[in-house]
Design a protein around this ligand. Sequence first.
Ligand code: F6P
Length: 350
Amino acid sequence: MKRIGVLTSGGDAPGMNAAVRAVVRTALTNNMSVVGFKRGYNGILMRSLRPEDDYIEMNTRSVSGIIHKGGTTLMTARCKEFHKLAVQKEAIRNLKAIGVEGLVCIGGNGTFAGAQALSQLGMPCIGVPGTIDNDLAYTDFTIGFDTALNTAVEAVNRIRDTGDAHERASLVTVMGRDCGDIAVYTALACGAELAIIPEVEWTLEDVADVVHKGVVGGKRSMIMILAEGAQSSLKTDLKELKKEHPKLRFTKEHITSSQFAEVIEELSGHETRATVLGYTQRGGSPTANDRILGTRTGSRAVELLRDGVFNRAVGIRDNQIIDIPLMDAMNGATFDPDLYKLVSVTGSIK
Ligand code: F6P
């Protein structure tokens, strides 16, 4: 293989730049040229007026000074129309027209689905796991997770200071889509009382109970980490709760983080505040772990293409870089019940 492409797609993740850098430098070292596609799969569709807005020839200098930067210098996007076969075929034609023989696709589940589709149409693809969510079961960690986690931990430390001063309970909402990993790891690292996650059923009454017991047990402040996707496993009947507490602001179908805090305050009798960390978790300079993971996986992706091993997803298991068939890499997250239990064991008072 003499010419490959690289793209970042889906939600950006700190460490994606390190992966792109490793792809480019490893390819050049192995006498392969590299095309960088902009805005994920959109770049391959080449719809911009100027070609350089869609793809650029990468050289060793194109990736200088980016390893420490958050975001992705290739930019990213979610390409909604890419699930259509006609669009995928158009992408294959475009790739062939500029001589690209293989593609490294850095992103999460959606990115891997795009890569799998292209590989079915004969374009060799390698997936590199870049998402803060850590929701790909085949790899112990995804690029960006460690940085997002550390950002969340730093934010919670600050929230704890003010919570302590006011003797309040704090509900902190973290990202993760349908995966509770950011919440569980943040809770563990911050000594939170509770992680509320999509993988485990929960009720508002139970959460209020933890707060109440904490107050009775003499805690000055309490931290509960809420995964953004946890509403899917909420077992409280909101209709009933609304009947009992008509003044509370939530609707019968949905409850926002601040309304959640109001409910906890009402049920536990203890002042409770909500903070949604949101996109702060996606930005910022990647941690050393994410830079190294990006570098190792990006480099291995190119080595696989060089060696004629196609349609694989690269990951890390027990600190070894591994690769598995791309189509098996989209199986969702694995949930570690022991880590989850450890939050309650170490964080709450019985
Ligand atoms: O997948 C990464 C992620 O940040 C999720 O945690 C979050 O649910 C989603 O992306 C947000 O997506 P968008 O950037 O499209 O708002």
